[in-house]
Write a protein that binds this ligand. Structure first.
Ligand code: CP
Ligand code: NVA
Length: 303
């Protein structure tokens, strides 16, 4: 069976193994081994990317493989060829497809029709690869997940959805704070709550950002206006003003706290310069860890 990563839940059985493998890769494992020699990854980006694009492409090169960057404008996809036909054709040429999509339905359609593994590089529902790197970063800093409390402050978006599920999978307490109507996906919330029960941790939502960060070991935020939501920008910037991760908010969390952001940051909006460049920030470790975790995900997918 092919090993797709469409949701972080697809890694349920081996999330901790993938993180352990990422750590070994970071420490230099397989440096001169090139296990993906002769393998090709097709990368389809419907939206902009710095970290995902470069970490996957450089990661493939380091493992001895090759990555092709394809935009819908260059593909016949942009002229109306279906995602299903694109999936069937690409599967005849490459060993894995990575896709950054506007629509989760298109992501599912690609995965259903591809005979090679498909990796979700972000869609409107989830960003699983980001969360593997985030969990690795938390483990590096905190050495454990049990008893750790993560407070996500801001928009209940793709990153928040995957993080909420990922926290429940590894047994870490999760609370998110957002204005009414901007919480994480309802179905995924129920899924996270059920998984949390199984793992013996908590997963909840609140409105008050101060309530969320009190007692938190990790504070996490992301943009208030995700790609594809630009039309709602004005209303969102207004709604999220009380949710800025600034020094006053961060001080309410535990000593030894870390502050995380998947990046790109909108400095002065969801996070201040003072916090992003301050001693609690691990945002650039997170960005680096994208590379190590993408490599571990590729090694799991391409056999
Ligand atoms: N965090 C993240 O996915 O960044 P990019 O949009 O730059 O890939
Ligand atoms: N939530 C953001 C993440 C960017 C990496 C977006 O979807 O634009």
């Amino acid at each position: 069976m092919k090993l797709d990563v469409i949701s972080i839940l697809d890694l349920e059985a081996d999330l901790e193994d993938v993180i352990a493998s990422s750590m070994r890769l970071k420490a230099g494992a397989l440096r001169d081994a090139f296990p993906l020699k002769g393998k090709t990854l097709a990368m389809i980006f419907e939206k902009s990317s710095t970290r995902t694009r470069v970490s996957f492409e450089a990661g493939m090169a380091q493992l001895g493989g090759h990555a092709l960057n394809l935009s819908p404008k260059e593909l016949q996809l942009g002229r109306g060829e279906t995602i299903a036909d694109t999936a069937k054709v690409l599967s005849r040429y490459v060993d894995c497809i990575m896709y950054r999509a506007f629509d989760h339905g298109m992501m599912r359609d690609l995965a259903k029709n591809a005979t090679v593994p498909v990796i979700n590089a972000l869609d409107d529902l989830e960003h699983p690869c980001q969360v593997v790197a985030d969990l690795m970063t938390i483990l590096e800093r905190k050495r454990r997940f049990q008893g750790i409390r993560l407070a996500y402050v801001g928009d209940g978006n793709n990153v928040c959805n995957s993080l909420m599920l990922g926290a429940s999978l590894v047994g870490m307490d999760f609370v998110s704070a957002h204005p009414e109507g901007y919480g994480p996906d309802k179905k995924l919330r129920a899924k996270a709550a059920a998984l949390a029960k199984k793992s013996g941790c908590e997963s909840s939502q609140v409105v008050d950002p101060i309530e969320a960060v009190k007692g938190a070991d990790v504070i996490y935020t992301d943009t208030w206006v995700s790609m594809g939501m630009e039309e709602e920008a004005e209303e969102r910037l207004r709604a999220f003003q009380p949710y800025q991760v600034n020094a006053a908010l961060v001080r309410k969390a535990k000593r030894g706290r870390i502050v995380m952001h998947c990046l790109p940051a909108h400095r002065g909006q969801e996070i201040t310069d003072e916090v992003m460049d301050g001693p609690d920030s691990v945002v650039f470790d997170q960005a680096e860890n994208r590379m190590h975790t993408e490599k571990a995900i590729l090694l799991r997918a391409i056999r």
